[in-house]
Design a protein around this ligand. Structure first.
Ligand SMILES: [Zn+2]
Length: 294
């Protein structure tokens, strides 16, 4: 079923687990992600950002296709706009039928972030979908972001932010960064800050830049109150690794077969990750009525 993200994350928040949000940039990825969730009776979030839409995940084709897959799926599926950079991008996603939009104004001054996030939350809610925003700033691993606490989410400010904007989920900065960390570097997460944020907000919290954080950090983040984990680099990497291995072993593998190798690798990666963050076996039929867009 095709549902909004609030429905998925309120359940996760209530019962203390996290749901994957996987950047799925083509049909094969989206299918692998949704099938993995179905096999483990887990809710799932499919997402992509504007950069990915301009390169490969063209929304004219991807949105109707994911919606069709979601409506047939036996588990709740949300389609989220990842890192909506502007009001225009958010409106476009709402009109296209996404069931959640993230507005990311986290690099702007606080008041501007509040203003933009409130507008997008109001528009999303008027269309029956939900909204995620970001406070503090999750930067880029390649730039060394996330290693010092100056961009971390401030607890008092977060309480004010949620009150003023009415967003349904909040992405917090506690030490992770987007993309690939330098070889051998494992980020240090501020779990004390996470505990303070969760105690003050009691709402679904989101971890961006989860890739490369290591299983221990992910497990502790979920135990500390993270309910959505964005995964992009690690999912791509699972496919790349399998494709390289296949081509090394069988250099003549053709396009059709290499794409199937990639899809199977992503599906296995997502299933393992679902088991790590505990969203397996969460879906029940009674719970399925709420939040459905239909
Ligand atoms: Zn992100």
């Amino acid at each position: 079923m095709y549902v909004n993200m609030k429905y998925i994350l309120d359940n996760a928040n209530r019962d203390g687990y996290a749901v994957m949000a996987v950047n799925s940039v083509n049909m094969e990825m989206a299918r692998a992600v949704i099938e993995a969730a179905e096999e483990l009776h887990s809710p799932i979030i499919v997402q992509f950002g504007v950069g990915q839409m301009s390169k490969l995940a063209h929304p004219d084709q991807m949105v109707p296709m994911i919606r069709a897959m979601a409506e047939k799926a036996s588990v709740p599926v949300c389609l989220n706009l990842d890192h909506g950079p502007s009001l225009q991008a958010a409106v476009d996603a709402i009109q296209r039928g996404f069931t959640n939009v993230m507005i990311d104004a986290s690099s702007l001054p606080y008041e501007e972030n509040v203003k933009r996030s409130r507008i997008v939350a109001d528009l999303a809610h008027a269309s029956g979908i939900s909204c995620e925003a970001e406070l503090g700033h999750v930067g880029q691993a390649a730039d060394g972001d996330g290693r010092t606490s100056d961009m971390y989410t401030n607890v008092e400010q977060a309480v004010d932010f949620v009150k003023q904007t009415g967003v349904d989920a909040l992405a917090v900065a506690i030490g992770t960064a987007h993309g690939k960390y330098p070889a051998g570097y494992v980020p240090v997460l501020d779990f004390e800050r996470l505990a303070e944020l969760k105690a003050a907000l009691k709402m679904p919290l989101v971890l961006h830049g989860g890739s490369g954080s290591g299983e221990e950090n992910i497990r502790k983040a979920v135990a500390g109150g993270i309910n959505k984990i964005n995964v992009c680099t690690d999912a791509f990497h699972a496919a790349e690794k399998a494709m390289k291995a296949k081509w090394e072993a069988e250099p003549n593998t053709d396009y059709l077969n290499i794409m199937m190798v990639a899809e199977a690798a992503i599906k296995k990666f997502v299933k393992d990750y679902i088991l790590l963050i505990g969203s397996n076996d969460r879906y029940t039929f009674e719970a399925a009525d709420n939040g459905s867009k239909e």
